[in-house]
Design a protein around this ligand. Sequence first.
Ligand code: ATR
Length: 276
Amino acid sequence: MSSSDQYAVFGNPIRHSKSPEIHAAFAAQSGQNMVYRTHLVDDGMFAESAGRFFDNGGKGLNITVPCKVDAFQFADSLSDRARRAGAVNTLALQDDGTIYGDNTDGAGIVRDMLENLAWEMTDRRVLILGAGGAVRGILSPLLARNPRHIVIANRTVEKARLLAREFSELGEVRGCSYEGLAGSQFDLVINGTSASMMGDLPPLSPELLSETACCYDMMYSAEPTPFMRWAASEAAWAVSDGLGMLVEQAAESFCIWRGIRPNTGPVIEQIRASLN
Ligand code: ATR
């Protein structure tokens, strides 16, 4: 009898992670013999815990907050997008025994927008709110879709400017303050701040949205987030939370591990239903 291949998600906190349910659905759908668990990583223990996981025959890991930079350092080799993100959310055991690190967050958001929501990105004026790790993780896949430009707005403006400079060789991208947005218009606005988690919203001036603007919150919850409510009040053409991104980044990881692309539509619906 063949035993199941072992996978897990490492992070802290981890108890409420949706990843086990998502990967179980992918595995059932495609007849893969695998188990996927959660693992709470104690402070400073990532490398030791991940090392033990792979030494014991583990095949792959997802990594979530606050361990993505530790995972970046742990990997033996890296994808280009992970190197640019400076963070890894997927580790995969290779045939030669080494560990490959990738970052599927950006591919997840791009796929959700293009495939699930049918939002165009090419030649669009894109505004990203926030300049932390979550935003760094998505910039190179977004720039690869050839937007007209990306503006990164952040409370701490210097962080936005530094991040923009770092990615400027990939396309037109600049950093500014929230006040500096006055008078500009955008076709796509992505909230990558953690403000929603505190029920908060960055200070956004009115008239930022073009007539057909789409607004995307990288957070998700059963109820619309403060950013989503703001977008609706500003008559955004379309509004979405980040649940599709969560499922799509998982699908991308699954594909790296198993070589099979899952059908994400029914899984997004399943997870959405479980939020209520
Ligand atoms: P993450 O890994 O989730 O991106 P992070 O690196 O701590 O977390 O970044 C959080 C982001 O949310 C930052 O851009 C932060 O702005 P600052 O760099 O100025 O701190 C932003 N943020 C958090 N709370 C916010 C709030 N209430 N209003 C506006 N921006 C906020």
